[in-house]
Design a protein around this ligand. Sequence first.
Ligand code: FE2
Length: 134
Amino acid sequence: MKIEWDPTLEVGIEAIDEQHKELFRRLDRLLQAMQAHQGAIEVGRLLDYLGEYVVTHFGQEETVMRDWDYPGYAAHKAEHEAFLEDFQTLRAEYLSSGPSAVITIRVTNRVTAWLREHIYRIDRALGADLLKRP
Ligand SMILES: [Fe+2]
C-alpha cells in the first residue's frame, strides 16, 4: 500500500499544495517503515518527522488566513487543533505500546482519512476564497 497526494486534493495555492504533497510523502514514509516492521526508534523518528511538518504547515495556513482576514479562520484552526491532539494521542500510544499492526492500521485510517477529508473540504474552501480575491 502506498499513500499519495492526488489532484482531487488541489487547493489552487501553489505553496499550500506543495506542503500537502510533502505531508503525503512523509506520511507514506512512515507507513512504509511500519509495514516493513522497522524498529520503534525508526518509526518514532518518522512519526516526529511527520508531526513537525504538520505543525509548520498548519501554522503557515493559519498565517495566510489571518493575513487575509479569512472568515472561516476560527473553524479551520479548531480542526487543526483537534487533529494535533489526536496525533499526539496516537504518538503516545505508539511510544507506550511499540510497533503493532493495530497502530499501523490506526495511522493509515485516521491520519490519511483526516488529511484527505480536511484538505478536500476545508483547505479547498480556503483556496477558492483566496483565488476569488483581487
Ligand atoms: Fe488546513
